[in-house]
Design a binder for this molecule. Structure first.
Ligand code: KG4
Ligand code: ZN
Length: 354
């Protein structure tokens, strides 16, 4: 089965071709980082318009790369949600239009299910059940995964997502957008011990997390620096010495990854499972990977990550989730039903098995 995957939930246009037997055949990605950088975050209307421009050329390019044509396709998987409504609508209408023309099914995919199953692209033999740590710009969740579509929420963030905390902290430090890679790069020259930031909810008796206090603590720390006079209530981080920026970035990264690693290990302990799958953009963080690897090794557990390039949003994870659902489905797919909707808000644990 050949599945075309379309991802347009936020600021990346991702398109990929997955064969259910042969795996990932081709993928193409256009990042809108340059488009949104001047605004310090994603501007939804600009995102939608850019997805419209990119989808067709990217689709042509993956077909050419795989030496296939659109008539070879068996299904088109697209991100139905969660995400930005306008951006999702672009991918959904493209997918349904093309599927209708080709008389093949269009498969609505949950964006987080895409992230969650993406480590299996590189490790197709990983057995269910496992614990998944989903850490993206919008979500920070621990899930118990019993199979495709069988997701039980174990813990969640009570406020900001981990990626959001990286993004907001980077902005406070004048490091730009997206914040995760910028913090990680600055932290390389940093000394984590110079400042001390809190590890929110580290000792709480549950698997929930909280990151907004950490961001506030960074703000307080930046304000307290002699080199940053606050002008009109706004923080001017441009005069912070580069070493101070790096030191704060390093300590922030330590604090955030300490909490994530501890909660992920607590989830393994609580469920009695021994496999942890890490997915989402923050899963690209190498310090987080180091901590998870060493903590897991101490309890003889294994940690599975998607390849770094598949951590952030991409079309391959959507095509892959579509191919897995198609393979597992017992219901015939109705190719004539082309009415569609998007789901900007969509809890992952409401999904059903195929
Ligand atoms: O999964 P993703 O691409 O998009 C969402 O669905 O949100 O995740 C994006 C998030 C951003 O907050 C970004 O700052 C963060 O992942 N991120 C990182 C790293 N690379 C991306 N956070 C920490 N370290 C990284 N290396
Ligand atoms: Zn994502």
């Amino acid at each position: 089965m050949l599945v075309l995957g379309i991802e347009t939930s936020c600021d990346e246009t991702g398109v990929a071709l997955v064969d259910s037997e042969r795996g990932l055949l081709a993928q193409a990605l256009h990042s809108q980082v340059d488009l949104h950088e001047a605004y310090g975050g994603v501007v939804p209307e600009l995102a939608s318009r850019d997805h419209i421009r990119r989808l067709l050329p990217l689709t042509r390019s993956v077909l050419t790369e795989a030496r296939l044509t659109r008539t070879d396709l068996d299904a088109i998987a697209y991100t139905q949600g969660p995400g930005l409504a306008g951006a999702l609508l672009v991918g959904a209408s493209f997918a349904h239009g093309l599927a209708y023309a080709l008389r093949i099914p269009a498969l609505p995919i949950h964006h987080l299910e895409g992230h969650l199953l993406s480590p299996l692209i590189a490790a197709p033999d990983l057995a269910f059940p496992f614990v998944a740590l989903l850490v993206s710009g919008g979500h920070t969740q621990l899930m118990q995964v019993g199979g495709i579509g069988d997701y039980k929420l174990l813990g969640d963030t009570l406020d900001d997502a981990a990626g959001e905390a990286f993004d907001k902290t980077a902005k406070l430090l004048g490091l730009g957008y997206p914040g995760g890679p910028a913090i990680a790069a600055a932290a390389r020259a940093g000394r984590p011990g110079r400042f001390r930031l809190p590890r929110p909810m580290l000792g709480s008796d549950d698997l929930d997390m909280s990151f907004s206090g950490l961001k506030t603590a960074v703000m307080t720390l930046v304000r307290a620096q002699p080199s940053t006079p606050a002008s009109g209530g706004l923080i001017d981080s441009t005069r912070l010495p580069a070493q101070t920026v790096s030191d704060i970035a390093a300590e922030f990264q330590e604090a955030a990854t300490d909490v994530l690693a501890a909660k992920a290990m607590a989830a393994l302990a609580r469920t009695g499972l021994s496999s942890l799958v890490v997915a989402g953009g923050v899963g690209a963080n190498l310090r987080l990977r180091e901590k998870l690897d060493s903590a897991a090794a101490r309890r003889s557990a294994q940690v599975v990550y998607p390849p770094i390039a598949l951590c952030t949003d991409n079309g391959a994870m959507i095509a892959w989730a579509g191919a897995l659902r198609l393979r597992a489905t017992r219901r015939p797919t109705d190719v004539s039903a082309q009415a569609f909707t998007v789901r900007p808000r969509w809890p992952l644990d409401t999904l059903e098995r195929p």
